[in-house]
Unconditional design. Structure first.
Length: 150
């Protein structure tokens, strides 16, 4: 969705060039990113990945820990993984917590979107400031107005 928005609204701009460069630097060959992308394709077009739910209590019996584990060995058999995703799969255990994947991936995506929002803010700062000024001008003018009925 972001790519389409950027292509449509920023065609021919330096911001689009910066956006594309940032995508390449942040995601293109990143093993975790390619794995997450591949897992989406695997899930949509092949099947749900083999996984199990793990529920454990601590020794005192008061805390319950539960999570999903993916069976990586089954995923490794799929032939359509990107080479970077294969590097990810080689470097994880045969079972991996789904939450650890999410916890590692979320900040990367969040940081990218934070950069993009900041960069878009810089790109449009003058326009936003002008519109805010134009919007406030009528408000300042009406503050001195009183109803003839009062």
């Amino acid at each position: 969705m972001t790519r389409r928005f950027m292509d449509k609204n920023y065609a021919g701009t330096a911001l689009l060039d910066e956006y594309r460069a940032s995508i390449l630097n942040t995601f293109d060959e990143a093993p975790l990113h390619r794995f997450v992308q591949g897992l989406r394709v695997y899930t949509l077009h092949r099947r749900l990945p083999a996984m199990r739910v793990v529920m454990r209590r601590d020794d005192g019996g008061t805390d319950l820990d539960n999570y999903f584990e993916l069976y990586v060995d089954e995923l490794r058999k799929w032939k359509k993984w990107h080479s970077a995703a294969k590097r990810y799969l080689v470097n994880v255990d045969e079972k991996v917590r789904l939450s650890s994947i999410i916890d590692a991936y979320t900040p990367v995506v969040a940081d990218f979107h934070e950069w993009l929002a900041g960069r878009m803010g810089e790109e449009h700062a003058a326009t936003l400031e002008e519109r805010q000024t134009n919007w406030q001008r009528p408000l300042r003018q009406t503050r001195h107005w009183t109803s003839p009925l009062l």
